[in-house]
Design a binder for this molecule. Sequence first.
Ligand SMILES: [Zn+2]
Length: 427
Amino acid sequence: MAKCRATPIRPRQGRLLLFQLAQKACQLLKRKAHVYRLCPTAEQARTLTQWIGCTRLAYNLALEQRKTFFRPGRSFNIASQSRDITALRADFDWIRSAPAQPLHQAIRDLDRAYQNWWSGRAKAPTPRKRGVHDSMRFTDSETLSFCRLSRHVGKVKIPKLGWVRLRWDKRIPGTVKNITISHKAGQWFVSAQYEYEAHEPANSNLPSVGIDRGVALFAALSDGRVIEAANPGRKAQKALARAQRRLSRKKKGSKNRAKQRLRVAKIHARIARCRKDFLHKLSHDIASNYGLVALEKLEVRNMTRSAKGTKTKPGKRVRQKAGMNRSILDQGWGMFGDMLAYKLADRGGTLVKVPAHHTSQTCSACGAVDVASRVSQSKFCCTSCGHEANADINAAINILRRADSPLLPVEAVGCHADEAGTIQRAA
Ligand SMILES: [Zn+2]
């Protein structure tokens, strides 16, 4: 007691300063992006198409330069290639008519593509194609501004072009750092990246949950909830197949073929939007109701690899695997994990990815691992203790358990993982 009284009391001012410092440390600058539907006039659309063409040209020329003229002692970088772009602009009027920013950004994009290749994250950069990579970026935040005109109409100021109308659906809660204008399946979009001050959220005290992602069901939660697959691709598959069949009958290089190709692209774009909408709603729901979410670590790229095999060693069940691949990709598992990660981080929650092996063969009641326990796609019946459950929910419980005890040993067939975390050979 005497010890307590002996500690000196901090001066009031010092405490206030400390409080302010602590508050400042909790503030983080974060970046997010919002996409608006852009509605340019016919003339504006023509100009934008031209500029995007110049941007693509700058990228492809810079790529060609790096590939063709590279030799030891002569290397290219952002600075040298940007100087070349400036020289090119001085020589050609039609390139000068396009704004400089997107051209220099294309050089930066190329440099990033090379960095990604060299570090093994991506394949070697390839030329940009018309109709595939139709986008350009403006980064001078001083010249960019958004303005609302009415309930659903707004406008954005684009350098050298002026105000362009857009479909307003949200006020940007921060300062715009850059905008990217893109053209996809006959529609224009503007994506605004903004910076905002985020407060470090307090640690969440919501319950924990394990999620098992499946093919028949989209996901099963460890608390017994199941989420049906929306499979937006499957619903539009018929329309897509018809459109693609019609496309195949059109004469190559004809105007009708181009029109039909746009129709196919539009169906693809609609499917992608539906999928994104479903995933956003679901990840929002889960991030708002749970504090810790455990997912199994999925290697989507490995899982969706074709079963075709090689000529000398042909694979088995190729068509079945192709169908499964389609539904895995259709469900957008990778995207779901990414969305969940940032939504949880915003709310003070955590996402834990746990090793996936044997989660569907382990009994959530007694811990026995046996392939035979999985009676069917949906039913689990333990061969050791007779525990019966929905196979996906059983797996989700195992996933949650692994997240709670990260030091749990590797469970293997024929082994028994007990609570203490040691492996005992099953008798
Ligand atoms: Zn059991």
